[in-house]
Design a protein around this ligand. Structure first.
Ligand code: URA
Length: 215
């Protein structure tokens, strides 16, 4: 994997029978919160698996019970950044697959005067120079929050940002492209588009409410 991504969005759709099955369970309105969280965790495994395919590995000498041989570990585990609240349901699974990774957190809320997303929390390392960052957010809808989040990361020097989302709307992908940010995006589906309330169609509803209940 190159040290920094080309500007623009590299999009990968993780279209796999198991991913389709998990996504269908998440879309189904009869799926309760617990089953939704379980399906999101399983889908996250598939997204992380694909998104880490080209991460650099370092060799290290190990011994099997039989002979010495060469072992491998990730050369530079990425920083994991779930976007609150919906990204929390992906965090533990991603961390389980990347146990050496550190985790940061970004919380975004809409400013009701400007209608723009604002960070109410950004728990991140001061410098992200030369660090891979994996951003977790199940829904790429308008793209406004993700552009804002990734802007916080690039302001700290990040040049290698990977966004993992369950679903994406074409409008959100376009917004990320327009931002000029150097991003890789892994999603299990590109849906039809957004409705008048900025929900993804057919989508799965509100990913936070579906996981944690409407509070
Ligand atoms: N956020 C969600 O949780 N669902 C959508 O459909 C769009 C944004």
């Amino acid at each position: 994997m190159p040290g920094r991504y080309r500007s623009g969005v590299q999009l990968t759709v993780v279209d796999h029978p198991l991913a389709r099955a998990r996504l269908s369970r998440m879309r189904d309105e009869r799926t309760d919160n617990a089953a939704f969280r379980a399906a999101l965790r399983e889908l996250t495994q598939m997204l992380v698996y694909e998104a880490t395919r080209e991460l650099a590995v370092a060799e290290e000498p190990i011994r099997t019970p039989v002979v010495p041989t060469t072992g491998y570990r990730l050369a530079a585990p990425p920083l994991i950044v779930p976007v609150l609240r919906a990204g929390l349901g992906m965090a533990d699974t991603a961390h389980g697959m990347l146990p050496e990774s550190q985790m940061g957190f970004v919380g975004l809320a809409r400013n009701e005067e400007t209608f723009q997303p604002e960070a109410y929390m950004a728990s991140l390392p001061e410098s992200l120079v030369d660090r891979h960052v994996f951003v977790l957010d199940p829904m790429l809808a308008t793209g406004g929050s993700l552009v804002h989040c990734c802007g916080l990361l690039t302001a700290r020097g990040a040049t290698q940002i990977t966004v993992l989302c369950a679903l994406a709307a074409p409008e959100g992908i376009e917004r990320l492209r327009d931002s000029g940010l150097p991003l890789r995006v892994f999603t299990a589906s590109i849906d039809e588009g957004l409705n008048e309330n900025a929900y993804i169609v057919p989508g799965l509803g509100d990913a936070g409410d579906r996981q944690f209940g409407a509070v």
